[in-house]
Design a protein around this ligand. Structure first.
Ligand SMILES: Cc1cc2nc3c(=O)[nH]c(=O)nc-3n(C[C@H](O)[C@H](O)[C@H](O)COP(=O)(O)OP(=O)(O)OC[C@H]3O[C@@H](n4cnc5c(N)ncnc54)[C@H](O)[C@@H]3O)c2cc1C
Length: 506
C-alpha cells in the first residue's frame, strides 16, 4: 500500500476524547491528524458539566476560561428525582450552589454543555497546529512493529487515501469500530435502557431558574426519563425510555414527543418546537484492555458509562490528556515506549470505577427495581475525581496501602495521588500542572532537570500536605500526579531527580 501522508499520531474521533487528545498532543509539538466521520462537532447538549479535575487539565491547555464562558450566569446546580419539573419531588440529589470541593482545587467546576466545549477544544487544537478533518472516516487499519497504516475515506469527495502514523488514538465513541476490529472484549451489565432523545425549544420560565443548571430524573406514570436544561436560551433536551422490542423511534412523532414534554414539565399548555429526535442506549461496558500495540482506546471507546454522575465527558477529557502527555514524551524521545504501559494500567481501573459508580447512581436514581447484590457499591464522587490513585511504573509508590482512592479532604501527598491543593498566596500547586515540576522549599534542589518554582510556605501547610518537610521534595508529573517524594534531600539532589526520572520514564 502506498502511503499518501505521514503523521506522528492519528486520532480517530473528534468528540471530547479525541479533541482533547489532539489538543494536548499538538500543544506538545506532536504532528497530529484528527478525523471525524461526522460533519462537525456535536450540536447536542449531551455531556454537561466539568468537574474541578477536568478544569485543572483544561487550564493547562489554555482553554479553561473559554470553556467556563459556556455557562456564564449559571452558578448553581439543581439535580432532583421527580415526577415532573413541577414535582412532586421524590429525592433531591443536589440543590443550589453548594460546592464542598471548592477547598480542594483553585478551579471552579464548569457547567458548560458539550456543544459549547467541543468547538472550544477544536479551535485551540487547530491554533496549536493540529490538522482536524471532518467528514473523514477511518475505513480500515493495520499495525506493524513501527507504526499504523490507516485507510481514510473523504466522505465529501468519495476519495480514499492512506496515512501512516506512529500511533493511533481511538476516540471513536461507544461503538468504537477500532475496538471491534482489534477484538477487544468488554465486560459489564451491557444495555440498561433505550432512549428517545428529544431536543426542543420552549419557554420554560415558569418552571426553570435560568441561573441554575437543572437536571431532573423523571419517574412518573407515563414514562421514565431525564430532562436536561441547556445554556442556550429556550433550548432543552429530554431522554425518554422506550422498549425497542415493542416500539420503534417511528412511534415517537413530534405530536407524541410534545405530549411527553407537557407531562415532563407539568405545563399542560406547552407548545414545544421539536428540533430533533435521536435514539440512544444507556449502557455499562468496560473494555478489558485499553491498548493493543500502537493503538489506544480513549473516552467512550474505552468504557461506556451511564450518564448518572456526569462522568462520561469528563473521563473522555481525562483519557485524552493522559494519552497525550505520554505519547508526546515517547515521540519526543524523553521516555521509552514502556511509559505507554501506564496508560492502560492507570486509566483501565479508573474506567471501571467510573462505570461502576455511575451504574450504582443509575439504579438508585432511575431503576430501583434493579437493586441487588450484583450492583456495584457506591463510589464517592470527590474521591473518584480528586482522590484516585494511579498505579503503574510511571509512579514510585513506596507504601503497601491497596486502596484505589483516598479522601481528598485529607490528602496524603503520597505518590500516585493528585498533588494536594494548598493556597500559595494567589497561586496553587495546580498552576504547575502541565509540565514535570519539583515542589520543594529547599534551594538545594534548584538544579534538578525539571521546573523548580520558588515557593514560600509561611503557614507550613505546603510542607505538611506534600509530606516533604523543609528540605525534601515532591516530583509532579505533567498531570499533577505525585510521581515520587522524599522528606530529606540526598547528597546530590539534582542527580537523584535524574535517576528517578530515568526509572519513571524507562
Ligand atoms: C444522547 C446522549 C446523552 C448523553 N448525556 C450525557 C450526560 O448527561 N453526561 C455525560 O457525562 N455524558 C453524557 N453522554 C455521554 C457523553 O456524550 C460521552 O461520554 C462523551 O461524548 C464521550 O466522548 P468521546 O469523544 O469518547 O466519543 P463521542 O463524542 O461519541 O465521539 C466519537 C467520535 O468518533 C467519530 N467516529 C466514529 N467512528 C469513526 C470512524 N470510523 N472514522 C472517523 N471517525 C469516527 C465520530 O465522528 C465522533 O467524532 C451522553 C451521550 C449521548 C449520546
Amino acid at each position: 500500500m502506498t502511503t499518501d501522508e505521514r503523521v506522528q499520531v492519528l486520532v480517530v474521533g473528534a468528540g471530547l476524547g479525541g479533541l482533547s487528545a489532539t489538543l494536548f498532543l499538538a500543544q506538545r509539538g506532536v504532528r497530529v491528524l484528527g478525523i471525524s466521520k461526522h460533519g462537525g462537532t456535536s450540536t447536542h447538549p449531551r455531556a454537561t458539566g466539568q468537574h474541578h479535575r477536568t478544569m485543572e487539565l483544561l487550564r493547562t491547555g489554555g482553554v479553561a476560561d473559554e470553556v467556563l464562558q459556556g455557562s456564564e450566569g449559571v452558578d448553581g446546580l439543581v439535580i432532583k428525582v421527580a415526577e415532573s419539573l413541577r414535582g412532586p419531588v421524590l429525592h433531591t440529589i443536589v440543590h443550589d450552589g453548594e460546592d464542598p470541593a471548592s477547598a480542594l482545587s483553585p478551579e471552579r467546576p464548569g457547567l458548560s454543555g458539550q456543544e459549547h466545549v467541543e468547538p472550544v477544544l477544536l479551535d485551540r487544537a487547530r491554533a496549536l497546529g493540529a490538522d482536524v478533518r471532518f467528514r473523514t472516516e477511518l475505513t480500515s487499519f493495520e499495525q506493524d512493529g513501527t507504526g499504523v497504516t490507516a485507510r481514510l475515506l473523504d466522505r465529501t469527495t468519495g476519495r480514499s487515501s492512506t496515512v501512516r502514523a506512529d500511533y493511533l488514538v481511538a476516540a471513536d465513541g461507544a461503538h468504537s469500530p477500532v475496538r471491534q476490529a482489534l477484538g477487544i472484549e468488554r465486560t459489564g451489565r451491557g444495555r440498561l435502557s433505550s432512549h428517545i432523545g428529544i431536543v426542543f425549544d420552549a419557554d420554560l420560565d415558569d418552571v426553570l431558574a435560568h441561573d441554575r443548571f437543572t437536571l431532573f430524573y423523571l419517574r412518573n406514570p407515563a414514562f421514565t426519563g431525564v430532562f436536561v436544561a441547556s445554556n442556550t436560551p429556550r433550548r432543552n433536551a429530554m431522554a425518554v425510555e422506550y422498549d425497542p422490542t415493542r416500539e420503534s423511534p417511528a412511534d415517537y412523532p413530534p405530536s407524541r414527543c410534545a405530549e411527553l414534554l407537557r407531562v415532563a414539565t407539568g405545563l399542560p399548555d406547552l407548545e414545544p418546537e421539536i428540533v430533533e429526535t435521536t435514539t440512544w442506549e444507556m449502557a455499562h461496558w468496560v473494555s478489558t484492555r485499553l491498548r493493543d500495540g500502537r493503538v489506544f482506546l480513549v473516552g467512550d471507546a474505552a468504557k461506556v458509562t451511564p450518564p448518572t454522575g456526569g462522568l462520561g465527558g469528563n473521563t473522555a477529557i481525562g483519557d485524552g490528556f493522559d494519552i497525550a502527555w505520554k505519547l508526546a514524551a515517547v515521540l519526543r524521545g524523553e521516555a521509552g515506549p514502556g511509559l505507554l504501559d501506564s496508560y492502560d494500567a492507570e486509566r483501565g481501573p479508573y474506567a471501571r470505577l467510573v462505570a461502576d459508580g455511575s451504574l450504582n447512581n443509575y439504579v438508585r436514581r432511575m431503576a430501583p427495581h434493579l437493586a441487588g447484590p450484583d450492583i456495584p457499591d457506591p463510589v464517592d464522587p470527590h474521591q473518584l475525581t480528586l482522590g484516585y490513585r494511579c498505579r503503574s511504573r510511571a509512579v514510585l509508590i513506596d507504601d503497601d496501602d491497596p486502596a484505589p482512592m483516598e479522601d481528598p479532604f485529607q490528602p496524603s501527598g503520597r505518590p500516585g495521588f493528585r498533588a494536594p491543593h494548598v493556597p500559595l498566596g494567589d497561586r496553587s500547586p495546580a498552576d504547575f500542572f502541565g509540565d514535570w515540576t519539583l515542589i520543594t522549599l529547599d534551594p538545594a534542589w534548584r538544579d534538578a532537570p525539571v521546573r523548580v518554582p520558588e515557593l514560600a510556605d509561611p503557614t507550613g501547610e505546603l510542607a505538611r500536605r506534600f509530606g516533604i518537610g523543609a528540605r525534601g521534595a515532591s516530583l509532579l508529573r505533567p498531570d499533577g500526579v505525585v510521581a515520587w517524594r522524599t522528606a530529606e534531600p540526598p547528597d546530590d539532589p539534582a542527580g537523584a531527580v535524574r535517576d528517578v526520572l530515568a526509572r519513571l520514564l524507562g
